[in-house]
Write a protein that binds this ligand. Structure first.
Ligand code: ZN
Ligand code: ZN
Length: 417
């Protein structure tokens, strides 16, 4: 299957490697990906797509090939970068800086490999466009912004993605990972955690550091909240369930002898089931409100749940079917099952809103030999992983493997002509 497409890969490998280096050198923060979107839309038009749309959900790009009767199959890649200073030392390393949403100037890097995702999807889209005589159905190609904020998929759906373009019967996607290059890792069922972000503001009464009796100290209030929240996972979540509650941001005050009037906490949670997610969310709200009241806060705390991604479920039957096709193409020795990943992905939003299966897999980007040795010796934690300033997938065989995987997956679900 897909022999015609795979044979065509040799011809476009250099073109894709150049595209990858270009995207890597010019990363853009979430919801600012205008240059990247323009480049990707042009590549789809060059590939002969019938329909290419830009600015779907801010900066999203959509391409469609209607190729006769048959199922609608969606391939998805994300393309945003992160506020990380690149330290790979590569000749095509990023030196870009940008202004983040809070006004600060930050370095920018494709530290999560989304440039590789986008390049591989251009490759697969190009090969599938060239081999229309081999398959029938409709190919929907979606380049999604702002995955790192977990808002990009939702933004595209809310902007009418599935009303303006054909709704797929399956969503296919992949993520490059700190696995040996050339290898594919997958799981079935819940493969990545759900994620929720919460901003909390606690309201005290400010005053002189020497007169605590005249104030309500939000620093002490915040400290109690932080300690108390440690009990949610250890005392309230059943031991067989997994959950994470992290307070990644804690801010109050300007000077040692001033008691401030407010304290802010940024809280992030990860869970694997709707039940645990509800339990953790309501426990956090209960504790924040109760500690605030116990401290005689001058007003109710503000709670703002500002970002969320659902549990990513790689639908078991569809995943097995897709992996059987991968095994046939790559060989079983290049396929490995993986444990659940505690990071999150908003790709699941697309399939969830349509009630259709999502199949999602990981593929390796690191130098194979040293990576296999590190994993064997239990040193996999020391490998440069996503979001590290040193994360730099090898261009090959990562690029070819990623393109082949998308093509094989798409051909598994499209009809033969
Ligand atoms: Zn990431
Ligand atoms: Zn990512």
């Amino acid at each position: 299957m897909a022999d015609a497409e795979i044979a065509g890969l040799a011809e476009i490998r250099d073109y894709l490697a150049d595209l990858y280096r270009d995207l890597h050198r010019h990363p853009e923060l979430s919801l600012q990906e205008t240059r990247t979107a323009t480049v990707l839309a042009k590549r789809l038009r060059d590939a002969g797509f019938d329909e290419v749309a830009e600015k779907v959900g801010t900066t999203g790009v959509v391409g469609v090939i209607r190729n006769g009767d048959g199922p609608v199959v969606m391939l998805r890649a994300d393309f945003d970068a992160l506020p990380v200073e690149e330290k790979t030392g590569l000749p095509y390393a990023s030196t870009e800086r940008a202004v983040a949403s809070d006004g600060r100037e930050v370095p920018v890097m494709h530290a999560c490999g989304h440039d590789m995702h986008a390049t591989c999807l251009v490759g697969a889209a190009t090969l599938l466009a060239r081999s229309r005589q081999e398959w029938s159905g409709t190919l929907l190609v979606v380049f999604q912004p702002a995955e790192e904020l977990a808002v990009g998929a939702r933004g595209m759906v809310d902007d009418g993605l599935f009303e303006r373009f054909p709704a797929p019967r399956i969503v296919l996607g992949q993520h490059v990972a700190p696995l040996p290059a050339g290898f594919i890792g997958y799981g079935t069922g819940p493969v990545m955690a759900s994620m929720d972000s919460l901003d909390v503001t606690l309201h005290g009464r400010g005053g002189h550091g020497s007169r605590p009796e005249a104030t309500v100290d939000p620093v002490v209030m915040a400290a109690n909240v932080v300690t108390r929240l440690q009990g949610v996972v250890s005392r309230e979540v059943p031991p067989a369930e997994s959950a994470v509650v992290t307070i990644g941001r804690l801010q109050a005050g300007t000077k040692d002898n001033i008691i401030p009037d407010r304290a802010e906490l940024g809280i992030n949670i990860r869970t694997y089931s709707a039940h645990t997610r509800d339990l953790v969310r309501s426990a956090i709200e209960r504790i924040v409100r109760a500690e605030s009241e116990a401290s005689a806060a001058v007003s109710e705390p503000d709670l703002d749940w500002f970002g969320s991604a659902p549990v990513l479920v790689s639908e078991p039957a569809a995943t097995e079917t897709t992996m059987a096709a991968f095994a046939q193409h790559f060989g079983q020795q290049r396929l490995h099952t993986m444990p659940q990943v505690n990071a999150s992905e908003d790709v699941g939003v697309f399939g969830d809103v349509l009630h259709v299966p999502t199949v999602f897999w990981f593929w390796g980007g690191l130098e194979p030999e040293s990576t296999i040795t590190a994993i064997r010796e239990g040193r996999s934690d020391q490998l440069p992983s996503n979001h590290s300033p040193f994360f730099a997938p090898l261009i090959e065989p990562t690029l070819s493997t990623g393109v082949e995987a998308l093509v094989i997956a798409a051909r598994t679900w499209l009809d033969r002509s």
